[in-house]
Ligand binder design. Structure first.
Ligand code: ATP
Length: 227
């Protein structure tokens, strides 16, 4: 086992272990670091570990399918572990099973296919992520409408960043009554060059504002298509 840095004191309560540092795992680990979370990164590939040494709190070259390796890295002490191994489904499943056996509270695992995801769910993984599928769906919504950004929260509910439809420009939210007429809520507004603020009934919408809309996905999408 090659250790890119000392991994003996990693498992702080707010830290995350990321296993598999391909494109997805690496982006996730670096984003966690950028937001102040300590990260233990694990990958079989020593060149990846060398590359990320100094960019993650600890990064170790090791085989995550071996129980003694995970024990040695104190992985069972982590509350949150992400398995970002995709194409080697066997390694993904073996690693995930070990984490569940360790009773890691929050296991997130990447799935590369529906079948892979179903197996992970049946094992008991609470958070199965389908990066390609989810990004594809997200981009489809962006391509279809005039949304500037889109996030499906789950259960058919979404948050959408968009320019305001013409019908509500120059009106307050009290006057345009979008919740009653379109079934969505404008939760925040950002004037051109300004900062985001929460809305109320008296918020006046200008043509160059950006608005943040929440609501059922179909209604939020329909609202973004109004001109
Ligand atoms: P991405 O799209 O994120 O690049 P991928 O599905 O193309 O991922 P994978 O082959 O799934 O790539 O691997 C992601 C990473 O997981 C690789 O860097 C690989 O070295 C690592 N990996 C695979 N098996 C293991 C294992 N048993 N232990 C630790 N790391 C592993």
């Amino acid at each position: 086992m090659f250790s890119g840095s000392d991994a003996s004191t990693v498992a702080a309560a707010d830290s995350v272990a990321v296993i598999g540092l391909g494109r997805f795992g690496r982006a996730l680990a670096l984003e966690l670091m950028a937001n102040g979370t300590e990260v233990l990164g694990v990958d079989l590939d020593e060149s990846i570990v060398q590359e990320l040494n100094g960019h993650l709190t600890h990064v170790v070259a090791a085989d995550s399918t071996r129980e003694e390796v995970l024990q040695q890295l104190a992985v069972p002490e982590f509350d949150r572990v992400v398995v970002a191994i995709g194409s080697d489904i066997q390694a993904s499943i073996l690693t995930t099973s070990l984490l569940l056996r360790f009773n890691v509270a929050h296991v997130w695992a990447k799935a590369v296919s529906d079948a892979h995801g179903t197996i992970l769910e049946q094992l008991g993984v609470s958070h199965v992520i389908y990066p390609e599928k989810e990004m594809g769906r997200r981009v489809a919504h962006l391509v279809r409408g005039s949304m500037q950004d889109y996030l499906e929260i789950g259960d058919g509910f979404s948050l959408v960043k968009m320019a305001p439809p013409i019908a509500i420009i120059g009106k307050t939210l009290g006057e345009s009554r979008v919740r009653a007429t379109a079934g969505v809520t404008i939760t925040a507004v950002r004037p051109h060059g300004g900062a985001w603020t929460y809305t109320d009934q008296d918020t006046l919408i200008a043509a160059d504002d950006t608005i943040l809309v929440s609501g059922p996905t179909n209604k939020a999408e329909a609202f973004s298509l109004r001109r």
